[in-house]
Design a protein around this ligand. Structure first.
Ligand code: LLP
Length: 435
């Protein structure tokens, strides 16, 4: 390793994709590609992923499990980055996939996933979505409500199918520390069947009495962007108590592992996360069911960055400097929705000292369209290429067309080669569905 790489804060960073660095031109390099050149080639804003980083994180999950057991399955929670090329990478790495809608199911199939390896979620799957799932032979359906049990059962009866493998989504009554919008395991939740309120036990009875359905497992996802590991052990303990006498083949306790958005964030390692879950499984179950995990953010979040161009710099004397970029709440809704914090850097001046405090604003007609309040940058200028790291999860998937802004392209970088996998939307795309 060169001396430069060891002293390069980008190379040492936990928020940028692994392999990122400051290159000899003083530019940010991701997946071997000069980000300033990417901006020139693909335009801004754009979502940039380091393909090797995506693969490394999938491998980390598989390795953590393989050293302990062969009775496991790692599912890519595709809502974090529902991009066909990323589904393909997940499939090539040997992951299964969690889809939360007919649209995600469609994309997973387009990426070549064996329907058997697809798990369909959703708290209100429509009849059309269920029908689609049954037609293509989705391996597992995660049942979320009594109405859905009835709906699924009726559809299966209509096509004369028996024994559809299903799991029950349960809310174990556990509240990890994370934003309330992304807590999901508490009793007061729109998701699943509660243990404490007796609905879960009733759901088991209903499903077991129905020959169209075959109850093979239990599922719980307690929340997202979680840095504590203890709640997972607790959830497994609670589910084990519930599972007594149930003959459970599969146990899925969801995803949720947090990532570093800021340099000081210290999320647990994938290895530690898997260890805690597997140890809790061993302590609480005999025989052991197959353990499923369903990571989204921790597979893709730090593998991606967003690049923008600086368009205006507004200095309000004594108050604040607004640096406006050519995107914002249409490509990254997380700051506005969850108060999520990000950092920024200038890709074209990555080696320069960050000596001014600025606020990064978007270009939408809304004062709340602020990507980062008070961040440190080298004194920014119009035309700089601004990068926000750690936007690989839930950026693309929550993108929208507010103010008629076409959604950004997605570019995968690997060994110095860049591959456009989703093109930029055009103005005509915005009109395409108008009739
Ligand atoms: N499994 C289920 C059933 C889920 O609902 C989720 C996320 C996951 C797995 C993956 O969780 P992860 O490993 O990514 O934490 N839009 C929010 C996140 C919503 C998460 C919804 N469910 C955000 O941007 O933070």
């Amino acid at each position: 390793m060169s001396v430069r790489a060891e002293t390069d804060p980008i190379a040492a960073s936990s928020v940028y994709p692994s392999g990122s660095r400051c290159n000899h031109r003083g530019h940010l390099e991701i997946g071997g590609c000069d980000v300033v050149e990417l901006a020139a080639e693909f335009g801004t804003p754009a979502y940039i992923y380091a393909e090797a980083d995506l693969r490394v994180r999938a491998d980390a999950y598989l390795a953590a499990f393989s050293s302990r057991t062969d009775n496991f399955e790692v599912l890519f929670a595709s809502k974090a980055a529902p991009i066909r090329a990323i589904y393909e990478i997940a499939r090539e790495q040997g992951l299964s996939v969690d889809v939360a809608s007919g649209g995600e199911l469609h994309t997973a199939l387009a990426a070549g996933f064996d329907p058997e390896r697809i798990y369909l979620h959703g708290n209100n799957k429509t009849e059309a979505e269920l029908r689609y799932a049954f037609e293509v032979g989705v391996g597992h359906l995660i049942l979320d409500s009594f109405d859905e049990i009835e709906r699924a059962s009726a559809l299966l009866r209509a096509v004369g199918k028996q024994g559809q493998r299903v799991m029950l989504r349960l809310t174990p009554g556990i509240k990890p520390s994370t934003h309330s919008y992304i807590q999901t395991g508490q009793l007061d939740s729109k998701f699943g069947f509660g243990l404490a309120d007796g609905l879960a036990a009733r759901a088991v009875g209903t499903v077991q009495a129905d020959p169209t359905l075959d109850l093979v497992g239990l599922h719980a996802h307690i929340g997202s962007q979680i840095f504590e590991l203890e709640p997972y052990a607790k959830a497994i303990e609670v589910l084990a108590e519930f599972a007594v006498g149930l003959d459970i083949e599969l146990l899925n306790i969801g995803g949720g592992l947090g990532i570093a958005y800021l340099e000081d964030d210290r999320p647990p390692a994938i290895e530690a996360y898997v260890e805690v879950k597997y140890e809790a499984l061993k302590r609480n179950f005999d025989p052991l069911p197959r353990l499923l995990v369903e990571p989204g953010r921790s597979l893709v979040g730090n593998a991606g960055v967003t690049i923008y161009s600086v368009g205006t710099v507004k200095r309000i004397p004594g108050l604040r400097t607004y640096v406006a970029v050519d995107g914002g709440m249409s490509d990254n809704l997380r700051p506005m929705l969850y108060g999520a914090r990000y950092s920024a850097a200038l890709a074209n001046r990555i080696g320069e000292p960050a000596n001014s405090t600025v606020t990064i604003a978007g270009m939408h007609c809304e004062s709340g369209d602020v990507l980062i309040r008070d961040t440190e940058l080298p004194d920014p200028r119009v035309g700089d290429i601004l990068v926000t790291p750690a936007t690989g999860a839930y950026g693309y998937s929550m993108a929208n067309n507010y103010n008629g802004i076409p959604r950004p392209p997605v570019v995968l970088c690997r060994d110095g080669g860049a591959r456009l996998v989703v093109r930029r939307e055009t103005f005509d795309d915005l009109l395409r569905r108008d009739v």
